[in-house]
Structures are given as structure tokens and as C-alpha cells.
Design a protein around this ligand. Structure first.
Ligand code: XMP
Length: 516
């Protein structure tokens, strides 16, 4: 296994991700925990020293134990890791004065190095490769045994190595996407360290299960199940680890799609045999929403009631000590890097962030290290149905925000039917997986139509379908006119209450994905 010593960089987890992509097993440990004893227990086959915010010349700046360089295994230092390595092995690091580099930079090769195999290929024209830098300090004198293999304008020692001892040190961040060939560098490093790349999601599952058992012991855990991919994968994984010590709470707020509640209950209760509380609170939510048409008031009403209801039902379990959440790694980075920044509330997101403190519960977050596509891979590994894993995201406030204006049961019933026809159309045409999210919004206007020989006065609806990578920006999906025409005809024929269909061609920004 490979040890990543974390000095606090924002992107340390990305190193782990790159290694998982190479099917190499690694563990991240904060530098404080990496002691001499730890090292001899862990017995890593290779070590990576991460970046970090500290400055090597400062008193008390973090260091790994010196023994890390006596293990006889390859070591790769990145950014701060590179500087600390140079410093400890006899080089010198200077505080940045006019030598800082943030963002894109270009490295020019100086000599051949196994770590860089294939790295500078195809660069004959420019002779340089793009990398991502983020440093103030820089190495000013190399440690004995090291040579320079690449330079950038502000980092004369951008790539250095002691090939005898297999120590490699780079100033840039090979783990980020803006270093396009960074993955190649990791691939070469793990090959040099002798990893065969046979570690899999199956192994991750075993390891995550062991970690959950250790954290939870014989305590009880509750988990809010939304029917979405993240909470479902988290629940199945935790159930596999601790069985009936886990109880799931599924809140049905009456704003779910057609057949959704039954599907969730059948799958988790009948198929997975999990203790599941099906909190049917439709009346509570729908009566609280009566007469409410302001989007923020709707969102806040739903959020507040959700917390109350969840708390009430979770209380039925009695004596739970943990709350399980399907937090993903991007949620973790975002909350770190954007904390405290001035930002405007566009929409109050429905989340249960305040729940653990309110209920005095500790958190179990087994997906914290994973990205969305890795959660899907883990879901497949756990045997969750394909249709479930590939599902489009669905917002916490559900259909409420797809029903601009006042919500009524009648409108919700119409919306559910129209949405089911639309999604069926998309699936029939094999487009579901190309689209990030697709849904129908029922509009608060009625329009006049003619069907058969009669006049109709029914609701209009809007179809929405977008492509996106992360939901932050989005573009509308370019359906063919034929598809749109066929879908409109089906909705009008099959859904009583709708006599007009429109297609929303707004991107985000300026629009948002949901209508409210
Ligand atoms: P917007 O409408 O802001 O949506 O462009 C971006 C993505 O977030 C989803 N969304 C939510 N998800 N709670 C959620 O869990 C919410 O309150 C919420 N509001 C929007 C939306 O479906 C899209 O995927």
C-alpha cells in the first residue's frame, strides 16, 4: 500500500483519486499521525508527501519523521512536500519574493527521467508541458544526490530527482486537471514502486465496511433515505457493515415522482431487508404549503418541516448515536474552499446540515472520500440496480419547485403523470444517460385549446432537459424537433389536465436548472 502524508493541501484527496484510478490502494494520513512507529507498522511500499499551506522556513512548520527517507521505498514530494523533502535532505528553501506562481505554468524538460516517461511526448513544437502551480516559496539549493529534470520560469527546480534512491520532487500539482498529463506522472511513479494495479472497488467496499464497524461499534445508526444515489449507496454499505443496527428513515413529503415512494420502500425493505421507517407525512407538508407561492417560503417551509419530521421519526428508533449521511468529496472541498466567501443566496438549499448538532448525533459519512462516479461504481459493486445508480438528481424539495406558484394536489397529480410520460419518452429514445437532468414543470397558467370538437382550458407545462458536469452550469439539451413533437403529442393525449407543451431552452446561467 501507498502512504500519502497530508500537509493540508486542498487537493490531497485528488492524489488519492488519481491512485484509485490506477487501481492502487493508498491511505491518507495527516502528518501529525505519521510517527516513526506508525511508519514501521504501516510499512508503505511508496510514500507521497502532499502540498500544504505552511512555509518550510517557518519555525515549527510540519515535517514527516526523518525515517521516512530511510525506508528504502520511492518517495514523491509535491509542492510543500517537495520543499520539506529538499530541506530535510540537505537542500535549501527560500521564502517567495517575486517567485510565486499561481495557476498555469509551463515546464521545460532538462534531461530524461523514468518518472517522466511519455510525459513530454508530442511536445516537439513547444518543448514544454502545462502544469498547475500554487506556491510562494521555492527550493533555492538542491539536496545532495538530486538533479534537475525540468524547470519553469519561476521554479528552476520544478522537477528534481535522486534516481539512485528513487526520490522525486515536483513543485507543481500533478493531481489536478489543469496539469493535463499529471495522471501519467502518477502512473510512472506507481510502476516504479512496483504496484501491479490490482486494487478494486471491491476492495474499497471491504475496507469501508471495516472502518464503519470500527467507528460505530455496537451503537445504533439512523440514515435519512431520499431515494437518491448517494444516500442509497451509503445505506446499503452501512447495512452490510452493521446489519440491523441501522434504521433508515424515508420521509415522503408528498412531493415525490410517480411510483417513487413505493419503489424506495420495496427496494430497501423487501429486497435489502433493512429496517425502514416510511414516514408518510404528505398531509402535513401539503397543508403547510397551501396558499404558499413564494419560492423561498416554499423551500424554507419544506426544509423546516423535514427536520422536525425526521427528528420525530428518528426518535422512534431510540438511543441512536450516529447519523449516516451520503456526503461526497466535492461537498467537503466546496465547504472548505468557499467558506466565509461573500456569496449571494440564489436558493435556500434543502439540506439537513444542522441535524446532527440538533439531535446530538455523531456523523458516519462513508462516501466522504469519493466522487460521484466512484459512488456509482461502488453502488454497482454493492449490487444496486443499474436503473437506480444512473438516476438523474432529484432536489430535496421535490416537485414543489417544479410547480411555480401555489401547489395543489390536483397540479401535483398532473405533473407526476406528465413527468412519467416525458421520462419514458427519453428512455425509449435512449437519451436518458446523455442528459444530466430532465423533468416537467407545470406552469401556473391555463390556456385555451381545442380537442376533438370541444374547447379545453387546461394547464401548460414546460419540459426541461439539461447537460451539465456538476449542476453548477448547464446547457439545454438539443432534442430533435421530431422528438419534441412526439413527446408533446403523447403528453397531451395521455395526461388529462394539460393542453399545451413548451420546451425550456434556457442555459444556466442565466437560468437555473429548476424553475424555483
Ligand atoms: P439549480 O436549480 O440551482 O439546481 O440550478 C442545481 C442542481 O441542484 C438541484 N437542487 C437541489 N438539490 N436540494 C437538493 O438536494 C435543493 O434544495 C435543491 N435545489 C436544486 C437541482 O435539481 C440541480 O440538480
Amino acid at each position: 500500500r501507498l502512504l500519502i502524508v497530508d500537509f493540508g493541501s486542498q487537493v490531497t484527496q485528488l492524489i488519492a483519486r488519481r491512485l484509485r484510478e490506477l487501481n492502487v490502494y493508498c491511505e491518507i494520513h495527516p502528518f501529525q499521525n505519521v510517527t516513526r512507529d506508525f511508519l514501521s507498522d504501516f510499512a508503505p511500499r511508496a510514500v507521497i508527501l502532499s502540498g500544504g499551506p505552511a512555509s518550510v522556513p517557518d519555525d515549527g512548520s510540519p515535517r514527516p519523521p526523518a525515517e521516512i527517507f530511510d525506508l528504502g521505498v520511492p518517495v514523491l514530494g509535491i509542492c510543500y512536500g517537495q520543499q520539506v523533502m529538499q530541506h530535510m535532505l540537505g537542500g535549501e528553501v527560500k521564502r517567495g519574493e517575486g517567485t510565486a506562481e499561481f495557476g498555469r505554468a509551463y515546464v521545460t524538460p532538462k534531461a530524461k527521467l523514468e518518472l517522466l516517461e511519455g510525459w513530454f511526448d508530442g511536445l516537439e513544437a513547444t518543448g514544454r508541458e502545462q502544469v498547475w502551480m500554487s506556491h510562494g516559496d521555492h527550493v533555492s539549493r538542491l539536496a545532495p544526490g538530486f538533479e534537475v529534470y525540468g524547470t519553469s520560469p519561476n521554479a528552476p527546480y520544478a522537477i528534481t530527482a535522486d534516481t539512485e534512491r528513487h526520490f522525486y520532487a515536483v513543485q507543481f500539482h500533478p493531481e489536478v486537471h489543469h496539469t493535463p498529463k499529471g495522471a501519467r506522472l502518477y502512473e510512472n511513479f506507481v510502476r516504479l514502486a512496483g504496484f501491479s494495479g490490482d486494487w478494486t472497488m471491491g476492495a474499497y467496499r471491504e475496507q469501508a465496511i471495516a472502518a464503519i464497524r470500527e467507528q460505530v461499534g455496537d451503537a445504533k445508526v439512523i440514515c435519512g433515505l431520499s431515494g437518491g444515489v448517494d444516500s442509497s449507496v451509503a445505506a446499503v454499505l452501512i447495512h452490510e457493515a452493521i446489519g440491523d443496527q441501522l434504521t433508515c428513515v424515508f420521509v415522503d413529503h408528498g412531493l415525490l415522482r410517480q411510483g417513487e415512494a413505493e419503489e424506495v420502500v420495496t427496494m430497501f425493505r423487501d429486497h435489502y431487508n433493512m429496517p425502514l421507517i416510511h414516514a408518510d407525512e404528505q398531509d402535513l407538508f401539503l397543508s403547510a404549503l397551501e396558499g404558499v407561492s413564494d419560492p423561498e417560503t416554499k423551500r424554507k417551509t419544506i426544509g423546516r418541516l423535514f427536520i422536525d419530521v425526521f427528528q420525530k421519526h428518528a426518535g422512534e428508533v431510540g438511543g441512536a448515536e450516529f447519523l449516516a449521511q451520503g456526503t461526497l468529496y466535492p461537498d467537503v472541498i466546496e465547504s472548505v474552499s468557499f467558506s466565509g466567501g461573500p456569496s449571494v443566496t440564489i436558493k435556500s438549499h434543502h439540506n439537513v446540515g444542522g441535524l446532527p448538532e440538533k439531535m446530538g448525533l455523531k456523523l458516519v459519512e462513508p462516501l466522504r472520500e469519493l466522487f460521484k462516479d466512484e459512488v456509482r461504481a461502488l453502488g454497482r459493486e454493492l449490487g444496486l440496480p443499474r436503473s437506480f445508480i444512473g438516476r438523474h438528481p432529484f432536489p430535496g424539495p421535490g416537485l414543489a419547485i417544479r410547480c411555480p406558484g401555489e401547489i395543489t394536489r390536483e397540479k401535483l397529480a398532473i405533473l407526476r403523470k406528465a413527468d412519467a410520460v416525458y421520462i419514458d419518452q427519453i428512455r425509449r429514445h435512449g437519451l436518458y444517460d446523455e442528459i444530466w437532468q430532465a423533468f416537467v414543470a407545470i406552469l401556473p397558467v391555463r390556456t385555451v385549446g381545442v380537442m376533438g370538437d370541444g374547447r379545453t382550458y387546461d394547464y401548460a407545462c414546460a419540459l426541461r432537459a439539461v447537460t451539465s458536469v456538476d449542476g453548477m452550469t448547464a446547457d439545454y439539451y438539443p432534442f430533435t424537433h421530431e422528438f419534441l413533437g412526439e413527446t408533446a403529442t403523447r403528453i397531451i393525449n395521455e395526461v388529462k389536465g394539460i393542453n399545451r407543451v413548451t420546451y425550456d431552452i434556457t442555459s444556466k446561467p442565466p437560468g437555473t436548472i429548476e424553475w424555483e
